[in-house]
Design a protein around this ligand. Structure first.
Ligand code: NCD
Length: 412
């Protein structure tokens, strides 16, 4: 008999071995898991973007708008900062991050939450053989919330089960927020992407509002245009296969009625739309278009001219394996870069989004586009701070307090 009888197969990585104890729960359909991530009709843990219903997205956007307004004046800032000044959070980020880390930190600061961080596991006891789960349990002893980013897909989900098991046995347990888990999910990025779209598509139809708005001219040009995210045509371009932000946002958009999602990527299994996401979107009744270029004609007109919003992504070459490297030499990657000419053919209101970082060497969005009013990516990143603050207010159940204060002091 082999020496390693009973041991995991030799191809299994330490990460996979760590997750084995949660595997049967991880493998369940999402509908069974989602209730376990809520408590008292509120999100307890934030693990997947599909935990957010369209109603909850509207609610969070409303809270984010109020936090944004309150933050403009000293009295509003003082009110917000007092709300959660008794809470502490751990930012456990073992994968590079600029915006997600800093915007979560800023969101905590807006609400008075104290932040602490572990970013480099080589400075933690994981180098002494401590498991990630022991680390997480320790964090939960000292902090009230754990926001985590990891290269390991499903680790945040497993940590949420660990916390639920601790709660069930009468132990201390805190919420887990997934700030990016491997190639898998990035639910709070999807939240800020949706919030940016919600703020963009505020076109009042003549029925919604008889008074003139800055959208009047757009309404004249596009009489069919309706307020909100439903019935719109969204384009995703670049590294569709490996982009966790694409997966999370597409999952959320699928919750809106009558959307079309176009995925523009090279026809290569690593880079194009994955089967699992395609199946999920089809099940939700989404119209899917897969194209190799933004210029590809769809129903007789180039795709780029039909989009209501364009989501650019960078090619995640740090994940290339040697076989990919060889196959990619045959691909014309220039098709996945924007330029002035392409942008000039887009609808005049269609926002250009990008989760960032953009790759200056590849140049999927060259800086010459930045001055275009449709370039939304810097505002999108700032929106991340407001919507993450709204999410924290939801988790800690102070969102109604924010609404009350806002209505009494600012609208009353
Ligand atoms: C992205 C990520 O980390 O998934 N960045 C982000 O969080 N805004 C996208 C990327 O790295 O390309």
């Amino acid at each position: 008999m082999a020496d390693n009888e009973g041991a995991p197969p030799p191809t299994t990585t330490q990460d996979e071995r760590d997750l084995l104890q949660y595997q049967s729960r991880i493998d369940r359909p999402l509908t069974l898991k989602v209730p376990e991530f809520s408590r008292d009709e509120r999100l307890r843990h934030v693990i997947f973007s599909r935990q957010f219903s369209v109603d909850l997205l509207e609610d969070l956007a409303g809270t984010a708008d109020k936090i944004r307004q309150l933050s403009k004046v000293r009295a509003g800032q003082d009110f917000l900062i007092g709300l959660l000044s008794h809470k502490r959070t751990m930012l456990y980020f073992t994968q590079p991050s600029t915006r997600t880390f800093l915007s979560f930190m800023a969101a905590c600061q807006i609400l008075g939450i104290t932040c602490n961080e572990v970013r480099d596991p080589s400075t933690s006891s994981e180098t002494k053989g401590e498991t990630r789960f022991d680390s997480i349990r320790m964090f939960s002893s000292y902090f009230d919330l754990i926001i985590m980013r990891s290269p390991v897909a499903r680790l945040a989900e497993a940590c949420a089960y660990l916390m639920n098991d601790l709660a069930a046995t009468g132990n201390r347990s805190v919420p887990i927020v997934n700030a990016g888990s491997g190639a898998d999910q990035h639910p709070t990025q999807a939240l800020l992407d949706i919030y940016t779209l919600q703020r963009t598509f505020q076109f009042a139809s003549p029925k919604d509002s008889p008074i003139g708005t800055r959208f009047d001219e757009i309404r004249r040009q596009f009489p069919q245009l309706t307020r909100g995210l439903a019935h719109k045509f969204y384009g995703f371009c670049g590294d569709i296969g490996r982009g966790r932000t694409v997966r999370s946002l597409a999952d959320l958009l699928a919750g809106y009625e009558g959307v079309t999602l176009a995925f523009v990527a090279p026809r290569h299994p690593t880079l194009s739309l994955g089967d699992d996401l395609r199946q999920r979107l089809l099940t939700c009744g989404v119209r899917i278009i897969e194209a190799e270029s933004l210029e590809e004609p769809i129903d007789g007109r180039p795709l780029i001219e039909q989009l209501d919003a364009l989501y650019m992504t960078r090619i995640q070459k740090e994940h290339n394996n040697p076989a990919d490297e060889a196959a990619f030499t045959a691909i014309d990657f220039s098709r996945y870069k924007l330029n002035r000419e392409l942008v000039s053919r887009m609808k005049c209101y269609a926002p250009i989004l990008h989760p960032f970082p953009r790759d200056q060497h590849f140049g999927e969005i060259p800086p010459e586009i930045d001055a275009d009013p449709r370039a939304m990516y810097f505002r999108q990143a700032r929106n991340g701070m407001w919507i993450r603050a709204a999410l924290l207010a939801h988790i800690f159940n102070v969102d109604h307090q924010i609404s009350r204060y806002f209505h009494e002091r600012f609208e009353g």
